[in-house]
Design a protein around this ligand. Sequence first.
Ligand SMILES: *Cc1c(COP(=O)(O)O)cnc(C)c1O
Length: 404
Amino acid sequence: MAATDPTRTETLAVHAGREDFVELGVHAPPIDLSSTYPVRDLDIGTASFDALVAGDAAAANPVYARLHNPTVARVERALATLEGTEACVAYASGMAAITALLLASRARGAHVLVVRPLYGTSDHLFASGLAGLEAQFVEAHEIAAHRRPDTALVFIETPANPTLDLVDIRAVVAAAGDVPVAVDSTFATPILQRPSELGATYVVHSATKFLGGHGDVVAGIVCCPEADAKALRQVRAATGGLLHPLAAYLLHRGLPTLALRVERAQASAIELARRLARHPAVARVCFPGLGTVRGAHLHTTQMRGPGTLIAFEVRGGHDAAAAVMRHVALLTPAVSLGSVDTLIQHPAGLTHRVLDDATRERCGITPGLLRLSVGIEHVEDLWADLAQALAATDDGSGRLRDAA
Ligand SMILES: *Cc1c(COP(=O)(O)O)cnc(C)c1O
C-alpha cells in the first residue's frame, strides 16, 4: 500500500475524497440530497444519533442531514488530506466556518488575540463581540505579552487581505504557547502553504475562493485534529450552518485542477506585479514577490511562492481607482477572489468598508488601493486590459472613453 500511496499535493487534489468510488462503482461523486434517512433499526438509529450529536465524523445511520451528509463528508476528507490534517468540517460559508470556530473556542475562555489586517467581515465579526468574545487586536510580535489564562484562540490571516502582508506562522505558534492558533489560509491554498505543518491547530478557508475556484459556490472549512473537529461538528449540528450537498459536489469538482489553477495564476501574478511596479499610473504595488509587504521573505519559506493576489495603489486616489474599475473589459470588476477569471475590486469602497477609517488607514487600505485576483487567462491579455484601464486614470479622460 505505502509504495503506491500518493503524497504529492497535485495527485491528492485529483484523487482525495474518492476512496469509496471503487466500492460504489462510480467515477464521479454521487450527490445525496436526503434530508432524512430511514431508521428501521431503532437501536442503530439511537446509537448513530448519539454519536453524531457528540461530534463523531460518521455513524452507521446518518439519521438527519444536519448531522451528517455523505457528499459533504467526501469533500471534507479530500480537504483534510490536502491540508495534512486529520479532519475537516465544512460550513455554508467562510464566515459560518469562522463563527463556528469562535463558538467552539468559547469553552476555553472569552479572550481571543487577533492580528490585523484581516478580511473585512472577519474583522467586523471579531470587533462585534459575538458570543461574548473579547477580541484583542495585536501585532504578531505582541502575542506572547498579551496571552492570558482565558485566551481561547489566536487568529491570524496570511497572506492578509487586502495588503498581502505575511505573518510568520511558526513564530505565532511559538508565541501562543498552549493556546491554539487558527490560520485563515484562504489566499494561499494548500498548494502554496500548509499551516498545520508549521504548528497551527486550525486551518480556515473561505472555500468560496480558490478551492471552489469557479465563482459558483459559497463554502467554508476548518481543518484540524479530529479531537478539535468534534466541537466544530457539534456547533454545526446545533447552529445549522451546513454546507449543502450540491455546493459540496461543486467544491469537490473544483479540487482536481487546484494546483494547475494556482500555479498558472501565480506565474501570471509575478509578471503582472513586475509590470505594474513600472507603470507610471501606479504609486505602489503590494506583492510578496517584490519584497513590498511585511514579512515578504516568508513567501520562499512558509509559502511555495508569492501567491496570486496583488494589491496596488493608483495615482489619483479614489477617482483613479474607480476609473480602473469602470474601464476594465476582460477583468471582472467584482469582490471575491480565487476564481478562474481575474477579478479586481476596491477594498476601501467594498470588502473593507465595514472597518472604521482609522483602522483602514492603519492597515494601508488607501482610497487608491485596488486588489487584483489573478485568474488563469493568458497573461498578455490580462496586461493589455489592465494597461488600457490604467490609461484611463492618466488625465481623467474616463468620460471620453465611456463615450467611445
Ligand atoms: C472571503 C473570505 C472570507 C469569508 O468567506 P465567505 O465564504 O465569503 O463567507 C474569510 N476570509 C478570507 C480571507 C476571505 O477572503
